[in-house]
Structure formats: structure tokens, C-alpha cells
Design a protein. Sequence first.
Length: 419
Amino acid sequence: MLLLVFLQRLFSFVSLAILGLAGWLLWRWYDAWHVAETLGLEEPSRAPLWWGAGLLAFSLLGRFPVLMLLGRGGATSPPRRAGGREVVGADGAVLNVELEGTADGPILLFTHGWALSARIWAEARAELGGRFGLAFWDLPGLGRSGRPPAGYSIEGFAEDLHAVIDSLPADRPLILVGHSIGGMTVQTFCARHPELLNNRVAAIVLENTTHTNPLETMLFSRVLKPMQPVIEVMSKVSTVVSPVIWLVNWQSWLSGATHLATRIAGFGARPTREQLDRTALLITKSSPAVQARGNLAMIHWSITGDLPLIDVPALVFAGGRDLITKDHAGETIAAALPQGRLVRVEDAGHMGPVEKSAFYNEQIEDFAGFVHLLASRAAAPSGRSFLSPDADLAPPAPAQEPGDRDAPTVPGMTAPRPI
């Protein structure tokens, strides 16, 4: 989410400048009016008053017209949260975990992107809960989870994920779903705990994520990668002045500047107003210090060399309009994973699981159904282990959305259902 955070900061300062200009115009008019009233002079022009009042109103209420312009109408799943329970993470952080959905069959365990929380999965809750068990958790320092005592790292998040897995019913196979940094966490967990693959963990789903330093797989990577030392210094400064940035971010949310940054960097197609507002609100709620420490963790991370060791059924989504994680990152992951299958969604941005949720979740439903069928076959008295690699079933066909060109085809795969 580095690009989104950068745009949010930029637009936040523009929004603050507009607020400052409004205050200056109002003061200028008041000062001129006071002098005229004191000396009995002609009343000054009210133009600064009207301009100042208009800019002040935009600074405090601009979110509403911005949402009307950038978002579309339409019914969306309202964000909600199930009753959470506390799980102690690997380093002592208290993690919020929520479990809902069916009482049997596979459990889809969702790990959200950075600066967000489990509230971002509103569409997945509504569209997948009727067939599978669903588990959601907040990464350390975000949502309802506490901050980690030992600091932030992708490896630490992976061990926290392990603790969450251990807290779930042991008799049900798990499918790990990770978006953005959540996908980085899932990959790291799989590389660190291969003994759980095709056993406790039946499959993984990676959504709009990368395999290395995000500065190398985002828009303008050739410019931003050489600036990594500067970005690191700015991130460390952000941890010191976090309260100030937090206040500025809230003013930016009120003015709609954060929504504009989120729309540009986060979405490829036009989201609903609720989806845009939900994403912008979660980003604003998250602590700038936490954001900065997570960003530092991401730019010092890579799993590229270990991808061939992650031998488990894997569905990999790549968005054609994703600016935060360019589609070639997903292509690299899918090609390197022994059982990786790529799904290209041409008009999806980084928030593809939200804006194109119907397609994402239908593909996940088909994939999870295949994994469950494979698990059932493996459990039969045939001498095979759980999800044995020599099983004679083929997964459903990951594909592009209907109408996309050059959808991949694999012998034995079935076609995806249309939206």
C-alpha cells in the first residue's frame, strides 16, 4: 500500500492547504470589516467571505460530493464483524479472530492488506459464508488487534498466522486467503512451515500480492526503488510525528482527499460509494506509526527464491489495473509455484477483492470446492495422504473475466462460471 499511503499524504497536505487558505480568507475579510466598522468606512467586499466559507465547507464536508463523483450507486454488503475472540500471537500481541459460516467443511482463513482490517471482507462474508466456514483476523496493530511488543516484520506476521491457525478447529482443512501484505504473509508462512502444507493447510489463495520488495513491483518502480533510503527515513520520521499525521489524515478524510487518493491508487474500476468510503475510512483509522513500521517491514522482505518450495494448490489473482502491485508480480508467483494457477482480472485494481468481489469470490468458491473434493478423495481408504500430490483430480479453471482476451486454458480444467 506504499503508493496509496504516498498519495494519501500528498492529498492530505493539499487538503490542509485548502483549509488554511479558507481560514486566511475569512480572517482577511473579518479584519477589513472590523477596520471599516471602527472607522465608519464603506463595508469591504464580501468576496473573501464567500470564498473562505466555501473552502471551509469543502474542507469539512467535501467527502459527500467527492463520493458522489468517484463512486457509483448500487447495493453492497454492509461492513459487519462477527463476535471476535482473542488469540495470543507468536510474540505476545493480542490478535482479534472471528469465526463464522458453516459448521463443517473447509474453513477459508482471510488475511487482509496493510492499513486495513477484517472489515474489508464484507463481500466475502456475504457471498461465501453459506457454503464454507470463514475465519478473519486483524493483523497486529490494525483493527481490534494489539500492537506487537517485538516490532513489525512479515516473518512475525507469519508466526501470528500460525497462532491463528492453531486456534481453529483441527478437524477441518484450511484454505489461506491473503490480499496484498496478507498474501505476503501467507507465502512466508508456507515457506516457514512446509510440514503443514497438504495437511493442515489444504490450499492457498493469493490476491493482488507480490513476492518481493513492493517498491520493485509497483507503478514507477524504476524511480521509487533508488529512493528507498529516502523512503525509509520518511517512514521513520512518520513514527515520531504520528499524532500530527493522524489529525491531518482525518481532515483529509472529511474533505474527500483521502477518497480521491484511494480511488486513484486502489481501484481499477468504479467502486460503489460504500466500498470507496469503507476503504478510505479504514486507511484513515489506522495509526500512521503502524503504517510506517509495516511499510519498512515490506521493503526489507522477499520470498522469491522460496516460491518453488511452496507445493500446495494455489490460486493467484492479478489485476490488470493494479498500480500498487503490478500484474507481473502475480504472474511470477503463479509461474514459480509448483501448483500455482493464475487468474487475471483485467479491470481490477489493487482492491480487486472488493470492487470485483463477485468474480473473485466465485473463483474462490469453485477452487475451494475442488480442494474439498480432493480432500474427500484423499480421505477415502486408498492409502493416500491428505491432498496427495498424485491425486487424479484437476482443479477448476482459473480464468479471466468474461470478455477478457487470452484466458489461460489447461487440459482437464472446467470453465469458470460467468458473473
